[in-house]
Design a protein around this ligand. Structure first.
Ligand code: SF4
Length: 171
């Protein structure tokens, strides 16, 4: 899921040659970070596409963020976003960054990344596989064709489910 127009427009105009990435975690379990770093290792080797990890948000085109947003991370996350020069792209990696994951309603978590800063691309999974991360980024940049699309399932009213259960159990 991504803000297609914005990411593609930026990628074509501003990021034509390479993407410099700053990676952080706002309170996750670190499994997503391991998969993100795996993408950057020689096995997947995204540096061959010009995608490179940098040590400061001031040098980055892309913010890659994993984990749910914990309360102490709200202000640092806002500062991180403001420190990154425009145009920038924000990627939320993993179920926690997408919507808070299993922590979404816990006392110290405000939810997913988009509760605090604008997000351009959401890559779900707990954690997402490196291939899913690479596919999501390639999709956002317009390098591959979309293979699946989101479809809302028809909602069955709870009364109908209960009536069916009663009928089946003979109660
Ligand atoms: S999405 Fe799963 S793997 Fe990633 S930080 Fe949350 S709990 Fe950990």
């Amino acid at each position: 899921m991504f803000r297609e127009g914005i990411v593609r427009r930026y990628s074509a105009k501003a990021f034509g040659r390479s993407l410099w990435v700053f990676h952080t975690n706002t309170g996750g379990c670190n499994a997503c970070d391991i998969e993100i770093l795996d993408v950057l290792t020689p096995y997947f080797d995204v540096e061959r596409f010009g995608i490179k990890l940098v040590g400061s948000p001031r040098h980055a085109d892309v913010l890659v963020v994993a984990g749910p947003v914990t309360r102490p991370m709200i202000e640092p996350l806002k500062r991180l976003y403001e420190s990154t020069p425009d145009p920038k792209v924000v990627l939320a990696i993993g179920a926690c960054a997408v919507g808070g994951g299993i922590w979404f309603d816990t006392y110290n978590v405000v939810g997913g990344l988009d509760k605090v800063i604008p997000v351009d691309l959401f890559i779900p999974g707990c954690p997402p596989r490196p291939e899913a991360i690479i596919y999501g980024v390639a999709l956002a940049l317009g390098l591959v064709v979309k293979k699946v699309s989101y479809e809302r399932e028809e909602q069955i009213p709870p009364e109908e489910i209960l009536a069916n259960l009663r009928k089946e159990s003979g109660l």
